[in-house]
Ligand binder design. Sequence first.
Ligand SMILES: [Zn+2]
Length: 391
Amino acid sequence: MTELEPKASQRNDRRALVDLYRECNQIGNITFCLYNSVHIFQRLYSMTSINNNDFLTLTRENEWSLSPFDVEHDKCKIQVWDTGVMYIEPNQADNSKSFIFSSAVHGNETAPIEICDELITDVLNGKLTPKHPVLFIFGNPASINIEKRFVEENMNRLFSGAHSKGTDPQGRATNKERQRAEKLEQYVTRFFDLYPQSHKTHYDLHTAIRDSAHEKFAVYPYLHGNPWQKQQFEILRAMGVTTFLLMQKPATTFSYYSSNTHGAEAFTVELGKVRPFGQNDQSKFKAAKETLQALLLGTEFDGQKFESSNYQLLSVYREINKHYEDFKLHFADDLANFTQFNKGDVIASENGDDILVEQDGEAIVFPNANVEIGQRALLMVTPTDINHNLV
Ligand SMILES: [Zn+2]
């Protein structure tokens, strides 16, 4: 019920204004009256609109929390649930589908933030009127401000309850990113619970640290034996994504959380390479933005157009974890994701042992030697076929 609080305080402010005028008439003190009414108007105004319709700036000004409030709008019900969390339900909503578009789970991945910022501003300005309900999430505003992937802990390892298990790299049971991940889970739950019968979709938008042999790719979370969806492959192909990494085990990512806990079709979508604000080549992200916009406008994508030859479908052949502090990768720091190796190549080493490539064609994804001990340092992937379990 917290979203009702601003309405109540708005009512209080309006009442205060009436009382104030009454009092001013009685005492005849114009200066006192003006001073106080400006103050109250300011508060009233801030409850119901966002300066310049710039939700991203408001989000960045409130790094970890923001009191909920309603935004006045002609065509949609719009509520800010917290910093970076905006719920939009069109007045004439078609609730057969519901969407979550998240970005900034990693704060320095700016292109997806820009895409979502533009979509939100278009809705606030009345240029874009969605047909379906949508929840926008800027995941980690404090990390946007410091232009880093995260402040204290990688938030995309903190979902599905991981925020409340074990300790962070500093040995603490909680930190602000853990608290934020827990809250984001609650907002996702609140949103999907509003539309229990809807076809639920969540795109968690990212850009990757390193170059990629396939510039755009998506991680399809582990489905526990449920079939892969042709229509989703087609939607993502419209965004320019034709490379898919099909996971075979549970994860603590945001997309796995929505997929596993809420039955959403959810993906981690990697749209290109990390660059600072203002340095993204907008032409490379046009297809993604237009596809997200088309989905909100109700465009149907035809899953029957699916042909596996249009895609590079890869599954995880094995995961290589870091067990010792001296863990070392045996390839260049800037080697692209999806670069292939040959059987027998030394891929990494630690504690005096070499880690070898086991079969021809194994390719690297997400290598990072700087993870904590016990965490995944890289994935080795190989081509796979999914025709046996596809709808
Ligand atoms: Zn990321």
